[in-house]
Design a protein around this ligand. Structure first.
Ligand SMILES: C[S@@+](CC[C@H](N)C(=O)[O-])C[C@H]1O[C@@H](n2cnc3c(N)ncnc32)[C@H](O)[C@@H]1O
Length: 565
């Protein structure tokens, strides 16, 4: 059983014991299934033993809850007191609550849980307990502390009544007859008990706890929402604080918090968060900037942009401006100076000179071609005084200091923006969409093929090509992913350094993750993945889910941007 964050040795022992034990306690011991080519690639990258450890770690949640305190609204000490009260009142087990002891990170609080616990489900030679089978997504949420909700229930024993104690297990994909994968169970299937149930043996190692059924079997398949099972004995006991202390705390993985520090944002700067939703890193950056300056947070998904707006409002952060934008089209072409002058003169004649700085920075025009009335933040062109009055500059400086923030949302509608001119930002964060092969827990990975991993890498390079243009010379670009795939991590860094000679890897503070992978990989189809060169490995941070830090798998690279010649 694991407790806290420093228990690698204990985990290894628990793995050895995990089988159906003679006492009929079922231990949690799933095997993560991989596509064979992907598995071969990862074994090549990590070595077989290390990859096996990573693979096992991915099937488990981190054994602690990581909480970022919104220092604009609360202190860590006050939050710790409130958390202890909540834990006491809600009778949640936890082993300790403590502040992170890394320099500058004492606003991060860890609440330690424990697991995996082996549980007595009541199976014996002639008796099976009542059982509920849930979907993989549902089980992954339950392991992070959620209840079992009705839509997640796939199958159930006959005669389950409200109030019955039920064992909860998860259906994972198995090989099917046509060479693909399927769970082989249709919603509403009656589970037959250990002897008669053809799927029973597949569920060894896949029990995630037990609880009290809140509905009868019929009710469970009739209802469309609500709690199906109130979990009271879990394989992983992780404290849950969902929707508590709203605005004061934010549940966030440690590597994500470290990413905001690696960017090293300074009050008063102009920052672009290119793939920002739901706004975890955006709000972390805003707090590091003491809410002074401007963060432009964009995402291509309309609803997700609304999530950023909601989160920023909850946290009382005013320096965040949101837009819906496809990061692949984030760079706007420079305007012809004559065209620009004409536009500026037209605005002055129309009595809307404020629109000028927005025109200049490139974030002015919504889809209907209207010029937004507010002043946009400054960029190089604005600062060089060529196109704007001193009044504009003074006004802009005031705005940068006060961080008025604008969220282009009215009546649930999110404003689009047409991108930004090159060199518009002091710092850019590209927290790229990725294969997410670092997220935990994960119970199935075989849907990811080498082809799909390569598609992710291609997409990320295209985004990087945009990001690199938007940072001003002398600025900083941070690239991060939540995947263990070197093709999306070290190979991206290699591409970046080889393509843009004005980029160099920069040291990161704090340094918590391990080194990156050095070398290359030649695949059997001739595909070559080039990773880091010797000397570069300690300039990136790679978070290994099987390490004693017990984080998600994550990768951070920080680039200094030199003169672009
Ligand atoms: C890894 S998540 C970002 C998480 C976020 N940075 C945080 O810390 O909360 C990747 C995000 O990229 C967005 N995304 C994917 N493709 C995009 C594109 N072409 N342009 C902008 N955003 C995109 C997705 O909608 C998703 O919200």
């Amino acid at each position: 059983m694991r407790k806290g964050r420093h228990f690698l040795h204990t985990i290894t022992n628990a793995f050895k014991k995990s089988k159906m034990e003679p006492s009929h306690r079922y231990s949690y011991n799933p095997t993560l299934k991989w596509n064979s080519e992907v598995e071969e690639y990862f074994i090549n990258a990590y070595g077989a033993e290390h990859f096996a450890r990573i693979s096992q770690a991915l099937t488990r949640p981190s054994c602690y809850t990581c909480i970022r305190v919104n220092t604009q609204k609360a202190t860590s000490d006050a939050v710790i007191q409130k958390l202890l009260t909540i834990l006491h009142e809600t009778k949640q087990e936890c082993t300790s609550v403590s502040k992170c002891d890394l320099p500058g990170l004492d606003y991060v609080v860890f609440v330690n849980g424990s697991g995996p616990h082996s549980i007595e489900y009541g199976y014996n030679e002639d008796k099976s307990p009542k059982e509920i089978l849930v979907s993989r997504k549902c089980a992954e949420a339950v392991m992070r502390g959620a209840q079992v909700y009705v839509p997640g229930v796939l199958a159930c024993s006959a005669h389950v009544e409200e109030g019955d104690v039920v064992a909860v297990s998860v259906a994972t994909e198995q090989p099917n007859a046509d060479g693909g994968w399927g769970i082989g169970i249709t919603r509403g299937t009656v589970l037959q008990g250990s002897e008669a149930d053809p799927y029973h043996t597949q569920r060894h190692g896949l029990y995630i706890g037990k609880g009290v059924s809140m509905l009868s079997r019929a009710g469970m398949f009739r209802a469309s929402n609500g709690i199906a099972v109130d979990m009271n004995d879990r394989v992983f006991k992780l404290p849950s604080f969902n929707e508590l202390l709203e605005g004061e705390i934010f549940l966030q993985n440690l590597p994500s918090i470290i990413t905001a520090h690696a960017l090293d944002p300074q009050p008063g700067e102009r920052i672009l968060d290119m793939c920002a939703a739901p706004g975890g890193k955006t709000t972390a950056i805003a707090i590091l900037m003491k809410d002074e300056g401007e963060i432009i947070a964009v995402d291509r998904s309309h609803n997700k942009v609304l999530d950023i707006v909601k989160r920023a409002a909850e946290m009382g952060l005013r320096c965040i401006t949101t837009y819906k934008l496809d990061a692949l089209k984030a760079v706007r072409q420079q305007r012809d100076p004559d065209e620009l002058e004409t536009l500026i003169n037209t605005n002055a004649e129309k009595g809307s000179p404020n629109a000028n700085s927005a025109i200049i920075s490139g974030e002015d025009l919504s889809d209907n071609g209207m010029i937004l009335p507010e002043v946009a933040a400054c960029n190089n062109q604005l600062n060089n005084g060529k196109y704007c009055s001193k009044a504009d500059i003074r006004k802009n400086n005031r705005r940068m200091k006060n961080g008025t923030g604008r969220n282009h949302v009215s009546g649930g509608r999110v404003e689009k923006c047409q991108g930004f001119f090159p060199n518009s930002f002091d710092r850019v964060l590209l927290d790229a969409p990725c294969s997410a092969l670092g997220l935990r827990p994960r119970l199935f990975a075989a849907e990811l093929t080498m082809e799909s991993l390569r598609q992710h890498a291609k997409y990320q390079r295209k985004m990087f090509n945009q990001a690199v243009q938007l940072v001003r010379p002398g600025g900083v670009l941070v690239y991060s992913t939540c995947t263990i795939n070197p093709g999306e991590n070290e190979a991206l860094v290699r591409y970046a350094l080889d393509t843009y000679k004005f980029l160099s890897l920069a040291p990161q503070h704090p340094r918590v993750g391990g080194p990156g992978l050095v070398g290359r990989c030649v695949m059997s189809d001739g595909y070559i993945d080039e990773w880091l060169r010797s000397g570069e490995e300690d300039l990136v941070q790679r978070f290994d889910p099987s390490s004693s830090l017990d984080t998600i798998g994550f990768f951070i690279a920080k680039f200094d941007v030199g003169p672009k010649i």
